[in-house]
Write a protein that binds this ligand. Sequence first.
Ligand code: ADP
Length: 357
Amino acid sequence: MDTETIKLALKTVKFPGFSRDIISFGLVREVETTDGNVLVGVEITTGDPSVPEKIAADIKQVVGALNGVKDVKVRMEISQPKQQPGAPGAAGEGKLQASTTMQKVKYAIAVASGKGGVGKSTVTVNLACALQKILEERGKAGVGIMDCDIYGPSVPLMLGAAGRPEIENDLILPVENFGVKTMSMGFLVDDDTPVVWRGPMIMKTIQQFAQNVNWGELEILVVDLPPGTGDAQLSLVQTIPLDGAVIVTTPQPAAYNVARRGARMFEKVNVPLLGVVENMSYLETPDGERQALFGEGGGTMTAKSLETPLLGQVPIDIAIREGCDNGIPIVISDPESAATEVFTLVAQQILDALSKK
Ligand code: ADP
């Protein structure tokens, strides 16, 4: 009996009242097995005592039914949801409360980078458009972007999603362009908002985005994280139920250490890595020669050391930057470009990986 088989069985245990399972919620913290004796460690935030009881009983039932299992013990760590100050009775923070307006979101993935300026938002927006095109062809529900890059919320500009979100039945409606729905701090603050206010606003805002935004039915929600691997990012990835993470890096070999820190953050919270996207990999001259302006190997080294695929290498292209500035991502404006081909390939690999989950 190996831990992978046990985890697979645990994927059939749903969180009471939700369509998602305890593994994809990231609640299973440990699985140990010795001579047919299995120990499952679970950590949950809930104020309802019947929830841990039901989960423990379900775990015992599905794991106990596996061949070769003699005994199943469940170790539960339960924490109470925190009340939001000034809002008695309001839903507390925590992964499970966050998911109530995200119930019809099938998959959520994060796009992260160790530092700013590597093209994380550019990759997020183009990837979302590529995913949207593929899903539309397959007749599936759409794509959303949750722009959590509170220090530089550039998604609305890059996606050409102008205007202010409307409110309907006390829920915020995301703004849509090219079939991609987006919600961003950029809609709510203007460029003059002091950056020092933004730090403390991160968790509050993200909770708002998860709890009070009517995402509707989405096949996939792409979460653009703030750059870096600090506490704010960690709290964020704990708040949103993520199915996977994509790391964006540049080709400099030194970028690899920074990217690895990001990956470790996801490991801590049990979010699987889907792969690495190397951005600004090369510049192609008019006679077809590829120049490695920012060095070589960063993406390959990062992917190899994290044992995750290198999903693609995005070229440096003025049209990518212009697309960002004009609000028409290159995947939309130039479907034949080399960059569009890479983003489409990355999108396909992500959908494949998610469908095998
Ligand atoms: P981050 O989100 O990591 O801070 P951005 O996505 O905002 O980075 O990108 C920073 C700048 O670099 C933007 O002006 C963007 O248009 C440009 N850029 C990103 N990737 C490319 C690329 N492959 N080719 C040309 N310009 C790019």
